[in-house]
Design a protein around this ligand. Structure first.
Ligand SMILES: [Zn+2]
Length: 374
């Protein structure tokens, strides 16, 4: 399936690719076997039918459901197989580039994020954030980390990230639950930072270097760590998933939404051991198979504060107050055939779109807003 597999395969091994987002949880994301939650990342469902007709036109009244979703056609040389997974030519530079170019061929360059749903599974795990802009200082990313530039995707520079939400059918059990979109959006800023006190690089992160591991407390429940760890005393700690996912104070700072002075003390647990469930089962990251399952462990608490974050990663630029707090998100549904776009998929994307502004506001403590109309 083109070079996507190569890109993802390299994602866990090299720093530049870590902004692929969910690479760290990819292996687990596809193996869901114990999460039956309504929005839980269980094994993705079968793809939507592509042979039934339906009116998926994006034209019509602005208030008509679905009219504010950009419905685009998949490139003609792509195809969807019987297992519901897309295939595309090996010469394709990146499916994300192709999707961006298809979108910008018909829409203005007026969006900070694209939330792209595909009729069928584009990627064989839940969702993915593809950061295309590396212009923010102090968050642990540099321009050298970029592997797709805004121009590659068809934007003159405004586009910051493509949230590849994959098959809408994944969200069918609870279509108005936009938690996954909060998580992917938060990857614009996290989790990439370092601390000078850690014994090794990426010590706070998961295997994909894009999520906090279960040993990190960023001042509160986290969107890119899925939850939080608390100090039980006596050298024992407990990690829990915390829903709905929201940005922790550390993530709010990294997003430019919280001043340094407001970020509370934080800690990580060094040299963790005696995990229950055993670390070999749980892993030091969070995946589908273990999402929602608490894990307790022992280790050495290492306190840090926002000053340590700034010291190791440089100041956040633009700083709080200058950083944008309002973002425009275009919701996109890529269909096999525009004339046969599944209306059920369109309805799911519409539910996600209409839910996201309130969900995002809540996830950021009212510090940020999104607009989701075209
Ligand atoms: Zn992620």
């Amino acid at each position: 399936m083109g070079v996507l597999a190569l890109l993802l395969g390299a994602a866990c091994d090299s720093r530049p690719d870590r902004a692929l987002d969910d690479e760290g949880v990819v292996p687990e994301l596809d193996s869901g076997d114990d999460d039956g939650g309504s929005s839980g990342p269980d094994a993705p469902p079968a793809t939507s039918s592509t042979d039934e007709s339906g009116d998926a036109s994006s034209t019509g009244s602005p208030t008509e459901p679905g009219s504010q979703i950009a419905v685009i056609a998949m490139p003609a040389d792509w195809s969807i197989g019987p297992n519901g997974t897309w295939t595309f030519p090996a010469t394709e530079p990146s499916p994300f580039v192709a999707l961006g170019q298809a979108f910008y061929a018909e829409h203005p360059d007026e969006y900070d994020f694209l939330a792209v749903y595909t009729e069928g599974l584009l990627i064989d795990f839940w969702a993915l954030a593809v950061t295309v802009h590396y212009d923010i200082g102090g968050i642990g990313l540099s321009t050298g980390d970029a592997w797709i530039e805004p121009a590659d995707a068809g934007s003159a520079g405004r586009l910051q990230q493509i949230n590849v939400m994959n098959d809408p059918g994944q969200y069918a059990p609870d279509p108005a639950n936009a938690d996954v979109l909060v998580h992917e959006t938060a990857h614009r800023w996290a989790a990439f930072i370092e601390l000078t006190s850690t014994p090794a690089p990426a010590y706070l992160l998961d295997a994909g270097w894009s999520h906090w591991n279960i040993h990190v407390h960023g001042g509160g429940p986290s969107a890119t760590g899925y939850g939080d760890v608390v100090d039980l005393g006596g050298g024992r700690y407990r990690y829990d998933e915390v829903r709905p996912w929201k940005l922790s104070p550390l993530e709010l700072y990294l997003a430019g939404l919280m001043p340094e002075a407001e970020v509370p003390p934080m800690f990580y647990v060094a040299d963790p051991y005696d995990h229950d469930p055993a670390v070999t089962r749980y892993g030091e990251t969070v995946g589908i198979a273990t999402l929602g399952e608490p894990c307790s462990f022992s280790g050495t608490r290492v306190d840090f504060d926002i000053g340590d974050v700034v010291a190791a990663n440089g100041p956040r630029t633009p700083a709080f107050g200058a950083a944008p707090t309002e973002f425009r998100v275009a919701f996109v549904l890529a269909c096999v055939d525009l004339d046969a776009c599944d209306p059920a998929d369109l309805a799911i994307v519409e539910a996600q779109r209409t839910a996201f502004p309130a969900t995002w506001s809540a996830a950021t403590g009212g510090r940020s807003t999104v607009t989701t109309d075209l």
